[in-house]
Design a protein around this ligand. Structure first.
Ligand code: SAH
Length: 266
């Protein structure tokens, strides 16, 4: 199936519209107070779009108390059953991580992450993803991220409170925005595939690898993560994703034809 790119091309960016396209996504948040504190942290830095992926509970009185006037962000916050739902339409996803991973993932310093988010937000929606208070981001959530951003800390005690991490990174975004830097794109604007198009591709890839006998369901998790990392690094555009999916469909088709021929012979 061909992936179609969204037809609603974003209007030319104004500086404020650029900040409005940077969404903070909180995944699996346990303490509602942290939802409010994160909203407050965002609003102080001019970020307005909060998305909640599978929070333990929706914003409540405790959240409102900690929001201290950023209630509007909480009220407008989208609540989604999964991270994928919170990332719909995003052309760039960066995950905030308190620790380094067993499978190394590309890593940015906060100022570089902020510049990249801003540069890409001039072209479309982008997301900064924060993990759970007790366990951070799961591997399959990390798999959606082009890169991670880590706030340098004492390595012996590297985990900030969730809202404190939101504050530091929102501040970096604001600083980069104020300096008017970060708009120097390394490459020209490209119609990169969105998070959901990449998810669709990876699901297709996983099915095909099983169909052609390259992978088995029980062995493939790490392999699929490596392939995720490779594709995320490349940031394929819509045409490239369609070419790759065409190749996968052809591989599945020839496998099916081979099986049918073998059955007819035997
Ligand atoms: N105990 C968790 C950390 C949870 S803190 C773990 O080991 O992963 C909640 C979230 O705040 C993290 O998932 C991350 O998104 C953010 N965070 C905390 N400290 C951070 C740091 N030093 N750099 C970047 N993000 C951080």
């Amino acid at each position: 199936m061909l992936m179609t790119k969204p037809t609603n091309t974003p209007p030319p960016p104004s500086p404020l519209a650029t900040l409005a396209r940077i969404r903070c996504v909180l995944v699996g948040t346990t303490h509602t107070g942290n939802l409010g504190a994160a909203a407050r942290a965002m609003k102080t830095m001019g970020l307005t779009r909060l998305e909640l992926a599978n929070p333990r509970s929706p914003p409540d009185a405790q959240a409102l108390a900690r929001a201290a006037g950023a209630d509007d962000l909480l009220q407008r916050a989208g609540v989604h059953a999964s991270l994928a739902g919170a990332l719909t339409g995003c052309r760039l996803v960066i995950g905030a991580s308190a620790r380094l991973r067993s499978l190394p993932w590309p890593l940015l310093e906060p100022p570089a992450a902020a510049r990249l988010l801003l540069a890409e937000a001039a072209l479309g929606d982008v997301a900064l993803v924060f993990g759970r208070e007790n366990s951070g981001l799961a591997n399959e959530e990390l798999a959606c991220c082009y890169s991670l951003v880590h706030i340098p800390t004492d390595p012996a005690f590297s985990s900030l409170n969730l809202a404190a991490a939101v504050q530091v990174l929102a501040y970096e975004v604001r600083r980069a925005w104020q300096e008017g830097q970060g708009v120097a794109l390394v490459e020209g604007p490209r119609e990169v595939a969105t998070a959901e198009a990449l998810d669709g591709f990876h699901a297709h890839l996983a099915r095909t690898l099983m169909d052609i006998g390259f992978a088995t369901p029980d062995q493939s998790t790490r392999l699929l993560m490596r392939l995720r990392r490779l594709l995320n690094r490349a940031r394929p555009d819509w045409v490239e994703i369609n070419i790759l999916r065409g190749i996968l469909s052809a591989a599945q088709g020839s496998r099916r034809a081979g099986r049918a021929a073998a059955r007819a012979r035997g």
